[in-house]
Design a protein around this ligand. Structure first.
Ligand code: MG
Ligand code: MG
Length: 257
């Protein structure tokens, strides 16, 4: 069952998205060599609570933090710790908030200090894959149109598209129907309708898409230890381009593209 949101519900998800965007922008500014992911986590929790919202990850199936922080070959679900971030590496940060009962979920990957071109390319192509997929999220299209657009762009650059983890519907719960794979044929799957709210989240690897889970029960790592990038927004399906709820005012398909 995929929810169709009322205008009042959409406004609440917009409000959650405004907050989450501000949190992630703040974390981006903090990222530099030497900072720890625990410091990022603490800053995120403080900002979320100060706004009267709830960090949705904290306590989710027992998760111990408000952000997932996944460096290098960690795809997602990395647990914040006291290791200083290292120049030239990358870090993926994922966060979610609940405000007035409604959820937002968003993630980005950033280089740490000066990173090599191959790291910047991976991050850029992952973001491009998201925008190409999200552009397909419009009334009348099918779910597979999103998946296929992500896969084609990432694979055209020789990257692996992670298959074990997917995007998802989002509303009062963080993970709702439908599941949104980042691969698969176009023209298949659920027909999209205006008012659906989706978290689209390509996870792209330099090498293989095959992954395993570490003994901590959370962290997902690539089998070949190739580095990964993750980019996610919560979006609203409309009869035109989607509204990017977790990036207020986004105009990604405007003149710049
Ligand atoms: Mg997320
Ligand atoms: Mg998500």
């Amino acid at each position: 069952m995929i929810g169709i949101r009322s205008e009042d519900q959409i406004q609440k998800m917009r409000d959650a998205g405004v907050l989450l965007h501000a949190v992630l922008e703040h974390l981006k500014q903090m990222i530099q060599p030497g900072i720890t992911t625990r410091e990022l986590d603490q800053a995120a929790e403080r900002m979320i609570r100060d706004a009267g919202a709830i960090p949705s990850f904290l306590g989710y199936n027992g998760f111990s933090a408000s952000i997932c922080a996944s460096p290098d070959d960690q795809v997602v679900h990395g647990i914040p710790n006291d290791d200083p971030l290292e120049e030239g590496h990358l870090i993926s940060v994922d966060c979610g908030v609940i405000l007035h009962g409604w959820q937002s979920d968003s993630a980005f990957t950033a280089p740490i200090g000066q990173a090599p071109t191959k790291v910047l390319d991976l991050i850029r192509v992952t973001e491009e894959s998201f925008w190409l997929g999200a552009k397909q999220a419009r009334e009348g299209n099918r779910l597979g149109d999103i998946s296929n657009a992500v896969q084609r762009h990432a694979e055209s650059h020789g990257y692996g598209v992670i298959r074990d983890l997917c995007g998802h519907g989002i509303g009062q719960q963080m993970h709702e129907d439908p599941s949104i794979p980042n691969y698969g044929p176009a023209g298949r799957g659920v027909r999209l309708r205006a008012g659906m709210t989706l978290a689209i989240e390509p996870m792209i690897a330099m090498g293989t898409w095959r992954v395993f889970q570490m003994n901590d029960g959370w962290t997902v790592v690539t089998q070949d230890h190739g580095w990964c990038s993750h980019y996610e927004h919560t979006i609203l399906v409309t009869d035109g381009d989607p509204e990017i709820l977790s990036m207020p005012g986004a105009n990604p398909w405007g003149e710049a593209q």
